[in-house]
Design a protein around this ligand. Sequence first.
Ligand code: GAL
Length: 677
Amino acid sequence: MFSQETFPSHILYGTDYNPEQWPVSLWAEDMRLMKLAHINIVSINIFSWATLEPRQGEYYFETLDRIMNMLTEHGIAADLATATASPPTWMSRLYPSMLPITCDSHRLTHGSRQQYCPNSADYRREAVALVRQLAERYRVHPALSMWHVNNEYGCHVAQCFCDRCSFLFREWLQARYHSLEALNEAWSTDFWSQHYGEWEDILPPRSTPTFKNPSQVVDYHRFMSDSLFQCYLNEARILREVTPTIPITTNFMVAFKPVDYFAWAPALDIVSIDLYPPHTAQAWETALTHDLMRSLKGGRPYLMMEQTPSQVNWMAQNPQKRPANSRLQNLQALAHGADGAMYFQWRQSQGGVEKFHSAIVSHEGSEHNRIFQQAAQIGAELEKLSPSVVGSRVQAQVALIMDWQNWWAVENLPSPSDRLRYWELIGSWYRALHRLNVAIDVVSPAASLSEYRLLIAPLLYMLRPGTAQNLEQFVAQGGTLLTTFFSGIVDEHDRVVLGGYPAELRKLLGIHVEEFDPWTPDMTNEVLVEEGPLQGRYPCSLWGEVVHLEGAQTRGLFARDYYAQGPAITVHQFGAGQAWYIATQGNDDLLNKLAGLLCREAAVSPIMEVPEGIEVTCRVQAYEHSVYFLLNHTGRAGQVRLPTGKFTSLLTDEEVEGVVEIAAQDVVVLLRHSSSS
Ligand code: GAL
């Protein structure tokens, strides 16, 4: 069986590679250039279904055989894709009902990619037939090192609304609710005469005259995330059966709202992520994504499967990545726990939609340009870091709680405010914690929390069964928790829990929220803190609340409006720990100070003290050594005072002690031997 403990055995450095789109005469040159760039793995076969199976049941593997053999000869591993992400055109001719239907009842067609309904039996049958052929053919091929199932599930078609989906949605609902009575109750169908007397009357949430039933919408999110997951499982099942020792992945996309990655991750052997930050992205934004991906499988190393070498093709304007960014972004991935970094793509396309997307080998075709040279330099550096870094783990004492199901519910309209952006609010707290140089995990509300000292759970509007108890246990045993406005409002069916907000969290937080007051963009207030470490006046936005104390103490007050002098920040001693609440969205200054105070209260100390704009992380190899990454994201040099002890600078081989200087946009990686700790 595949062992997660030993994969990968070295840092992977690679790229999507599509040699079947190029003359065979270029392939030898590709191999030469890949060696120059230190490429040790390539993702192949991602969009090759039409060439592998040009007519139904007629398979041609000669080209793929040659590619696999060529990779073996050159010592390059294959991340072999199952090629099911883009069905060939004969599929839409033979099985037109395989094409997805939008919520406005438009049928999509081929000519682009990902034109399949995830619930199409025809699509699934044909996909599985292809996967079996591939698995049997390359079962013992020496180049086969990882399976890449499909590609970016849900990226273009996250939901389908066809008749087959309707039918399966009903089956899914029957399994969930068992009776129509229970469904009617869960969906509050007495409202607006929506009561269902027959299962067959239930539809997906297609276009309706006005707002749709919110419980139905949340269930449809669940159902479609599960449907895409079934597509993954159908392929993975065959791969596990035929090649049980080969790891399986599928590439995730940042915090992609339609797909609940927490539910999927246990079925992947290694998590991989495609990361395309805009050129304006701050270091903390990419750090947040990395921390989520690492946390999906409890801290195991993951892969950055795709990134762009420079410009992309799909924005309105596509600036080049600034020269230092690529290296910083690759090393930031490693710093946060990735054991591999790969690109889209190797050779820049001559035609097609992505002809102006950058690639390691540009249209000019040689190694003599900035982007190739940069990729080669990064490859050399990752190779150097590999022995000290591979397999090591980030250890976090702080976690942010994130819940996809809550995301689906809290942003569904109508809601008290259309200004609530769940991922942005998580980001605002992550940003405040990240500048304190502490390691942060991003976990589901059902996660085991005992390893953490501090938890922040922004906007936890929907409390699914067990969440309140998990949080209570965490705090009772000495943890520090902060949650925010509009938390503890509804149950898993998006029905308000009656008896006073924040319902199940009321006892833990020691408060009662009588009213919440979502603000328009021109409405603001201030939080007043009269004494203590938070002392000051802080502008706040988005939301206010009328809060009453039920055991908690006030740590900040609203300054104005009809709830002036009412609690805006509270803390409640609960068991051996503390439960904090903030009833508004404070400005950055308040969030920064609160994050600092909470870390102190929870006895969480920074990995290292570093100047603003320098990011520090630490990866620990079991009982052996720690590797510190110092990433200077600023345009000026900075100095860091190191803890006592001797360090080896892994990129320069120098011995370092005392103060280390980091040039603008440079990275220093330091190995600390256990003897110095
Ligand atoms: C990804 C996709 C790749 C390529 C890339 C371009 O979403 O997986 O196939 O299209 O975007 O940025």
